[in-house]
Design a protein around this ligand. Structure first.
Ligand code: ADP
Ligand code: TRP
Length: 320
């Protein structure tokens, strides 16, 4: 088993990213070989300012390390350091039918929202397939929105193997149902592109304000409420144990308990959970050279696996 996942440095890490991807990937680093990377080349599809991109990469590195990624156990690196990825991508491009990419929801959604697509945005699932297949990864922890992209990677691997022999490993998405779609403060899927996120790190006052602005219905303090219809309760589930959940659920149903109370309790559990991580993050942030050295070491390890696969692939397709 080889676990692999990546995240785009397209903004600050939020609760959806953390619970669907970071937490499960970090949790298994002691038992399974784990590759985690900051997908900076993916972030280029929206042409960020170069300085902003560099700073975001640094911030995502801090976030992962503060949340418990152990660079001795996990291979942690920056995507753009591995040049073999773009070489594999081109080879995979040539076995990928256009129709497969045209069917991708995430691309269609972005176009529907008025984004003028560049070729990078269209071809992005092939880059993601290269990320996965280059390391012969087996398990890919992601949120539900990435399910189709892992399926595309599997499809491309199969097409490649059918033509050139059994070289690439077929990956499997790993989606935890309870965190498959974490809601944002507007109740829709939390996403950096929708402006509805709660970041896991940052100024405490600002974060509290975010929790307080979670959209709820207009029922009054005394009314009995249905916890299962409330985004505050959905987020509370991420942190609470069964006893805490049962207690809050009773308070909702009994009435006399307002959404403001629930938001405050949720915020307190959030602070309890991320408070320690925040301290570690503040310490790490003072040593930029150390962070850079971790990413460099990780890239070296990743490159040695990447090199073996690309040699095999080159030979199979006739490029030697
Ligand atoms: P965003 O949509 O905020 O830009 P990314 O595309 O960078 O997030 O996603 C990084 C990882 O986090 C992916 O595995 C993605 O599936 C997961 N993820 C993002 N938002 C959510 C969410 N609201 N619920 C569950 N998983 C999510
Ligand atoms: N496309 C993913 C996202 O936007 C990030 C990503 C890039 C990824 N390459 C990957 C995730 C490979 C899993 C495996 O969230």
């Amino acid at each position: 088993m080889r676990i692999l996942s990546g995240i785009q440095p397209s903004g600050r890490i939020h609760l959806g990213n953390y619970f669907a991807m970071m937490k499960p990937a970090i949790a298994t680093q002691n038992e399974a070989e784990t590759f985690l990377f900051i997908a900076d080349m993916h972030a280029l599809t929206v042409l960020p300012d170069p300085e902003v991109l560099r700073e975001r990469v640094f911030n995502v590195a801090l976030d992962f390390l503060a949340c418990g990624l152990n660079p001795e156990k996990s291979v942690f690196f920056r995507h753009s350091e591995i040049h073999e990825i773009t070489e594999l991508m081109w080879i995979l491009d040539c076995v990928t039918p256009l129709g497969l990419l045209e069917r991708c929801h995430s691309y269609k959604e972005k176009v529907a929202r008025g984004i003028k697509p560049n070729h990078g945005l269209f071809a992005y699932p092939v880059l993601m397939a290269a990320d996965i297949l280059l390391y012969k990864s087996t398990n890919i922890p992601v949120g539900k929105d990435q399910k189709q992209h892992v399926e595309v990677a599997r499809d491309i691997a199969q097409r490649f193997n059918n033509r050139y022999g059994d070289i690439l490993v077929l990956p499997q998405e790993q989606i935890r149902e309870n965190v498959a779609i974490v809601p944002g403060i507007d109740g829709q899927k939390m996403s950096k592109s929708y402006g509805n996120t709660i970041e896991i790190f940052g100024n405490e006052k600002k974060i509290r304000k975010k929790f307080m602005s979670i959209v709820t219905d207009s029922q009054g303090l005394d009314d009995p409420k249905d916890p299962e219809k409330c985004p505050v309760f959905a987020l509370y589930k991420l942190f609470a144990d069964q006893k805490q959940l049962d207690e809050m659920s009773d308070k909702y149903r009994n009435g006399g308990y307002g959404y403001g109370h629930a938001k405050q309790e949720l915020f307190e559990l959030f602070m309890e959970y991320f408070g320690e991580f925040q301290k570690k993050r503040d310490e790490l942030a003072t040593d930029r050279t150390y962070i850079e050295s971790i990413l460099k070491d990780g890239a070296e390890k990743a490159r040695s696996v990447a090199h073996d696969t690309i040699c095999e692939v080159r030979k199979a397709v006739g490029l030697t």
